[in-house]
Design a protein around this ligand. Structure first.
Ligand SMILES: CCCCCCCCCCCCCC(=O)CC(=O)SCCNC(=O)CCNC(=O)[C@H](O)C(C)(C)COP(=O)(O)OP(=O)(O)OC[C@H]1O[C@@H](n2cnc3c(N)ncnc32)[C@H](O)[C@@H]1OP(=O)(O)O
Ligand SMILES: NC(=O)C1=CN([C@@H]2O[C@H](COP(=O)(O)OP(=O)(O)OC[C@H]3O[C@@H](n4cnc5c(N)ncnc54)[C@H](O)[C@@H]3O)[C@@H](O)[C@H]2O)C=CC1
Length: 721
């Protein structure tokens, strides 16, 4: 809806009213068209101000309307914005909160823009698989120049009012009431010529060597896009702005948008937008929920163990403004950690322009130092015996009511909880490395965890800038549990004839940031080796005879164990599935040694190498992972497919434009995933992870409903268990 009034005698004030973000739904577009018409035809009105209610100018088009073209009734945006620009009375946009996407495009159609100092603006369409197609791709480069417009449009980043002022995107920044400032400004410009204020009449500011600039940007965008098409279309649209007259540029913008609008990538990215918000509305099997569970404030936190993870967690906590007690028992690690944390904080402050959070951290080598904290995050070695001891000590040392959290990546959170006096005050906080940078936080609740604690930790995650997902307790939780069958298939494919490069290339072409073997080299092969040794799976020399490739009755590949026996731990040793210039180097190169290693291995086990296609790599690795995802849903470990997808997009480098593994399965077609799993399971009876799980069968039997309807079927499946 839109409200209209006349203020200060001669200013028509149009207020967009559409909670939560004054998105441009059909009813709002109607309102704008009607009220603009009213203002322009009223002789008493000499100028117009457009603003939004509740401190938000406009969050852009209503993304929910994009789901079907049929939803998109009502006046189209482009002619609406043109009629504002063509008006013979000055129109001023009063931007509070933010102007995003279509909201900024509306403001660019106005003759002047005044923003509050705390407001942000941006064209984030690319993050939704689109481009700014209400004239934004044509007006922005004309106003602020091609390089700046390319940077904003291809990344979708939000900028501050100060940056917008510097770029010439807004005309004035107000510190107090922006609408009052805009009204005052509108009074002052009434009657002035608007010829120089209509951006569509501008020429793009000239750029030296334009072809080279576009080639360079296109090259960079292709590399970072990992197969996403929207960033490329954004470059093409800006190029049209730079090289064509406005009307032809608009035609090009429309053609490019038509391709993007109905693409699977746009559907996937818009699904991710809403999924990210869905996971914030967490629930537990007990019925406890985000809106009925209240946390309590945390003033002081502690981190135990200042290795790789503890250092990053300390930084992430300190950056929220909390007081942090950081505990490390080993002298060498203690000294190194202090230095490393301080460097990380300095780099973070430089990047964000915010003040250093140094003073908030106190270091100690004794657990006694955490006696008065409100929340502890344990990050010692992944060793159940050690962690149990630490939890017993914490339970004795901390004041009653202290929340105790573990950063374990696989261990049983409930077993740790049972070491304490108050097991309901224990959860997992599974960060990802580097913990101060990576966006994902898996919040792992056990059967006894209190909803109050889950609420506290979800809120704390948000403060740290994380996307937090609440999940149940099982081995590997959601992310690492689903990763295991994916990795296993990658190893089996090596045995059957593939190379690490072939598998990684297929996965990277699919859009993963890194293939399975490059990730393994990065995180260190020895980590998994240690776990497998503890589980009794490792045999010297990989074992011999028929049983060498079988453990507990199912197929097992000892390839990773053999690599570790040879000291090939990955990047840290300069040798792994790839070779590196020196230990610690990141530039992975194929290693000819691998060829003879695999040939010998296959000969020893009577395996004949066959040609493995990219399709087989993707189907076996991804469908095995997806199948496990269905099991996770069936077991109630994740509340819905959105939780799994967000975990994979934010924690495991899954390409966002493919929406996450469960959304991807839905896009491929559940019946196809089922059929291919059946095919591979039949060919490999010793790989039970390829046996389609009953939820997948049930979904297919229910007519393969879209992903947002799965919860109904899951509820039925769970109630029958
Ligand atoms: C053959 C076919 C040819 C087809 C051709 C078709 C041509 C069509 C031409 C149309 C051209 C239109 C071009 C256009 O206008 C494009 C756009 O504008 S796309 C939208 C761009 N805007 C955004 O991406 C902004 C999205 N929102 C945000 O980033 C944040 O919400 C925001 C920074 C605004 C506020 O953040 P915060 O305070 O943290 O709140 P939340 O994020 O939690 O959001 C609160 C609430 O609001 C919902 N919401 C937010 N934005 C929108 C939106 N734009 N539309 C709908 N709903 C929105 C959000 O989902 C939350 O609600 P939940 O219930 O929690 O989900
Ligand atoms: N490294 C990774 O990528 C990830 C690790 N994790 C988990 O985080 C935890 C820590 O892992 P990393 O940081 O990699 O280990 P790390 O080996 O780098 O650091 C562990 C630190 O704990 C210290 N420590 C051991 N006992 C202690 C005690 N009683 N009191 C205080 N400090 C003690 C050690 O001296 C060492 O500095 C593990 O549970 C691991 O599974 C979780 C996600 C990712």
């Amino acid at each position: 809806m839109t409200q209209y009034s006349r203020v200060s005698g001669s200013v028509g004030l149009i207020t967009l009213k559409n909670p939560p973000v004054n998105q441009l739904s059909a009813v709002v577009r109607h309102g704008i068209v009607d009220t603009v018409q009213k203002a322009l035809s009223d002789p008493k009105v000499k100028s117009v101000v457009i603003c939004g209610q509740n401190g938000m100018f406009c969050g852009g088009a209503d993304i929910k309307e994009f789901q079907t073209l049929a939803n998109m009734r009502g006046p189209p945006l482009i002619p609406m914005i043109h009629s504002i620009e063509a008006a013979d009375k000055p129109v001023v946009a009063a931007i509070e909160g933010g102007a995003f996407g279509g909201g900024l495009e509306l403001a660019l159609g106005c003759h002047y823009r005044i923003a509050h100092s705390k407001a942000k603006v941006g064209l984030p369409e690319v993050t939704l698989g689109l481009l700014p197609a209400a004239g934004g791709s044509q007006r922005l480069p004309r106003l602020i120049g091609v390089p700046a417009a390319l940077s904003l449009i291809t990344t979708g980043r939000h900028i501050t009012a100060a940056e917008a002022l510097q770029l010439g995107l807004v005309d004035q920044v107000a510190d107090h009431n922006t609408v009052d400032a805009a009204v005052k400004f509108a009074l002052s410009v009434a009657g002035q010529s608007l010829d120089a204020r209509r951006i569509s009449n501008f020429q793009c500011p000239p750029v030296p060597n334009m072809d080279a600039l576009f080639e360079d940007v296109m090259q960079k965008v292709r590399t970072t896009a990992r197969g996403a098409i929207a960033p490329i279309a954004c470059v093409q649209a800006v190029r049209a702005a730079a090289t064509l007259p406005y009307t032809q540029g608009m035609q090009r913008e429309k053609e490019l948008m038509a391709t993007l609008f109905t693409s699977g990538q746009a559907r996937a990215l818009q699904y991710c937008f809403f999924a990210q918000r869905v996971v914030g509305r967490w629930s537990m099997p007990s019925g406890a929920r985000w809106d009925t569970s209240k946390g309590r404030p945390i003033h002081k936190a502690a981190v135990i163990g200042l290795g790789t993870m503890g250092r990053g967690i300390t930084v992430a906590l300190a950056q929220t403004g909390l007081s942090v007690v950081a505990v490390e028992t080993q002298e060498k690690q203690f000294m190194e950690a202090k230095k490393a944390v301080s460097n990380m904080l300095e780099r973070g402050a430089k990047r964000s322009g915010k003040p250093l959070a140094h003073g908030k951290i106190t270091y100690s080598q004794s657990l006694q130092a955490v006696a008065d904290v409100d929340l502890v995050i344990e990050a010692v070695f992944e060793d159940m015996g050690l962690k149990k001891k630490v939890f017993q000590q914490l339970s004795a040392v901390c004041k009653p009511g202290t929340f105790l959290c573990t950063n374990t990546s696989t261990l049983d959170v409930d077993e740790l909880a049972s070491q304490t006096h108050q097991p309901e005050l224990v959860v997992g906080m599974h960060f990802f490395a580097p913990a101060h940078i990576m966006k994902l936080l898996e919040v792992v609740y056990g059967p006894r965890s209190s909803p109050e604690l889950v609420a506290v930790v979800m809120e704390l995650g948000k403060k740290m800038g994380k996307v937090s997902v609440a999940v149940g307790n099982c081995r590997g939780f959601v992310g690492n549990r689903m990763l295991k069958p994916y990795r296993d298939q990658a190893y089996f494919l090596l045995e059957e004839g593939a190379t690490p490069q072939l598998i990684d290339q297929a996965l990277e072409e699919f859009g993963f940031a890194m293939g399975a073997f490059k990730v393994s080299d990065l995180s260190g092969l020895d980590v998994g080796w240690k776990v497998r040794k503890e589980e009794g799976l490792v045999q010297p020399g990989g074992g011999s005879g028929k049983s060498a490739r079988i453990r507990n009755g199912v197929r097992y590949s000892p390839l990773g164990d053999l690599m570790c026996e040879q000291g090939r731990f990955g990047q840290k040793t300069g040798r792994g599935w790839y070779q590196y210039d020196k230990p610690g180097s990141r530039d992975a190169r194929p290693d000819p040694w691998m060829h003879s290693f695999l040939e010998e291995y296959r000969a020893r086990h009577g395996l004949v190498a066959r040609r493995i296609s990219n399709q087989e790599v993707l189907e076996r690795c991804l469908y095995a992972m997806i199948n496990e995802g269905f099991r996770v849903l069936e077991d109630g470990i994740a509340a819905g497919p959105e939780d799994i997808d967000i975990i994979y997009v934010f924690g495991y480098g899954w390409p966002r434009h493919r929406g996450g593994p469960m959304f991807y399965a839905n896009m491929v077609g559940l019946e196809i995933v089922l059929e291919r799993l059946e095919h591979y399971a039949q060919a490999n009876p010793d790989m039970p992870t390829l046996q389609p799980c009953s939820l997948l069968r049930k979904l297919v039997a229910s007519g393969s409903p879209p992903v947002n309807k799965w919860k109904e079927v899951i509820k039925n499946v769970r109630s029958q268990l």
